[in-house]
Design a binder for this molecule. Structure first.
Ligand code: DAH
Length: 354
């Protein structure tokens, strides 16, 4: 449309009005409509130009023509929107007509997430001990040296405290003195937290993450343990043995599991033992519950009187037993996983398999 505006008369307005409506009629696509939109109602359209020219007219003519011009403008704008909506509907109808659904296509394969094998093992272990009346307990991953070692009766010069085994945190943060803070090296500090939280009798189970400076096919700097603690009156080694034997039979699904307890040493138990289960090693494979070989499965013992005292419990009145089991190891044994590092590779195909 030309930029030169026609003279401002009733007739010229009527002519323009008809022209614009005709243009709108003729337009047949959304794209074309957008092209002519500025000519219809834009800032530089003839209609707007006419409105601007109104000011030059004498008041009477201005009033008459102004009223008319505004009506025309409103009508053109309304028709424009109407046309826009109908063209949009047309375009959509056309698109739907073309996009026919092919109901014979096979469905896309669905991928379903899986529980990580470590979590599966923790759940299985928790369920077995829950049936024996154990309750879940928790402690922090970032632990005080005091709970991780001192309260568990570790001597000041115990080698486990050494820097090369333990991840120590900087002694100060943002100018605040923190003292001995570390990533817990085992779940045993939860024993102290549990004893300080509730009075005996206690039956607690504490699965969780643990950390040590170690990394190879059978060690990861982050790994998982589950801690068990029972404190009551007249608790003895027989209770401990029955409890961990029951657990192993349930977990490995072997009723007549051969077991043996070897004397051992842990600062927080006295006496201390390690439990082995009977197995068969042949052709690089391992079968639990058969053969004449032995496999270490957990550490345990009677809670040291000093540890009971640290937990605020009178060792003259109460006794307890405790055990600690490596979760990764349980998973590797039960599911025949040879390399520990596979647990942390986050390979979806591997995870899907277990
Ligand atoms: N905390 C020990 C470790 O990490 C495992 C352990 C041994 C836990 C004996 C216990 C226990 O509760 O009684 O090697």
């Amino acid at each position: 449309m030309s930029d030169i505006s026609p003279p401002l008369t009733l007739t010229s307005i009527q002519v323009l009005h008809q022209q614009l409506l005709q243009q709108l009629e003729q337009v047949s696509s959304l794209a074309d409509l957008e092209k002519i939109r500025p000519d219809l109602t834009g800032k530089k359209s003839p209609l707007t130009n006419m409105l601007k020219m109104l000011g030059q007219l004498p008041p009477d003519a201005r009033k008459e023509l102004g009223g008319f011009l505004n009506k025309v403008r409103e009508e053109v704008a309304a028709k424009l929107e109407e046309r826009f909506t109908s063209l949009q509907q047309q375009a959509l109808d056309q698109k739907l007509m073309q996009e026919k659904q092919d109901v014979t296509l096979p469905p896309r394969p669905e991928t379903v997430g899986k529980i990580h094998p470590i979590t599966q093992v923790i759940e299985e272990v928790t369920q077995i001990f829950a049936k024996m009346g154990f309750e879940l307990a928790e402690g922090p991953d970032i632990e005080r040296e005091y709970y991780n070692f001192t309260a568990l009766n570790f001597a000041e010069d115990h080698p486990a405290r050494q820097m090369h085994d333990t991840f120590y945190l900087p002694p100060a943060h943002n100018g605040k003195e923190l003292g001995g803070v570390l990533l817990r090296t085992h779940t045993s500090p939860v024993q102290i937290h549990a004893m300080r939280q509730s009075a005996p009798p206690l039956r607690v189970l504490a699965p969780g993450r643990t950390y040590r400076c170690d990394s190879d096919a059978t060690h990861s700097p982050m790994f998982h343990q589950v801690e068990g603690l029972v404190v009551d009156k007249k608790i003895h080694m027989g209770h401990l043995k029955a409890c961990v034997i029951d657990f192993c039979q349930s977990f490995f699904g072997v009723r007549h599991l051969k077991v043996r307890f070897r004397p051992s040493y842990f600062p927080f138990t006295e006496p201390s033992a390690e439990m082995d289960i009977g197995c068969l090693r042949r052709d690089g494979k391992l079968k639990i519950g058969e053969g004449d070989d032995w496999l270490e499965i957990l550490g345990c013992g009677m809670v040291h009187p000093n540890v009971l005292k640290m937990g605020g419990i009178n060792p003259e009145e109460y006794q307890g037993f405790a055990f600690g089991i490596g979760i990764e190891r349980l998973g590797m044994l039960k599911y025949g996983i040879p390399d520990l590092r596979a647990f942390y590779d986050s390979d979806a195909r591997w995870l899907q398999h277990y």
